[in-house]
Ligand binder design. Sequence first.
Ligand code: GRF
Length: 221
Amino acid sequence: MSNSDTLPLVVLISGSGSNLQALIDAVERSDIRGEIRAVISNQADAFGLQRAQRSGIPTEVIDHRHFDNRQNFDHALRQRIESYQAELVVLAGFMRILTEEMIQTFNGRMLNIHPSLLPRFRGLHTHQRALEAGDKMHGCSVHFVTDELDGGPLIIQARVPILPDDDPDTLAARVLTKEHIIYPLSVQWFCEGRLLLREGIVYKDGEPLSGPIRLEDTVAM
Ligand code: GRF
């Protein structure tokens, strides 16, 4: 379904796509006034592709291994995203570093979710690292994508406790339940025009954020 009230979205994935599923569900409930025009994966066997197909969403595979370099891969990816007239690009477990050109093209129109309380634990293996650091709390963050890896302006975070018996898998599962709340919420806000990035500052409902919104503080925001 497409009408002038829905924002065209493209979601990029590499794997399981549980965050994609949360977005699909939120669109189907009409919580998100958006339309997922396509799901693009760099991995042909990403389970998220099946999730999209089940919901009748077009899918594409652009395998980075078929390109000589990052620029050429990103160029092909950008062309495909633009063919859907995407107004927002949602990275949902997309495991490729993007080029400057790609990031500039979608400046202020590209979101990422990261499984840690940024700026703590940028990069990979965040759950293992949080356990090794002896942290008591862990969580996830949604941010606008900039050329700083996992360093773009933060929108919202959610926290979970780290329990004595946790291993990386149990902790990841607890964090994911929060990811599935804060990512659809962020996309919902963006589609409603309530979220804006201007000169490196995030505005929510017209007000600049001095730090990330905490899920715990959002009651019917
Ligand atoms: C999530 O933990 C997300 O934060 C990270 O990659 C994982 C993707 O999981 N960027 P899924 O594919 O959405 O299930």
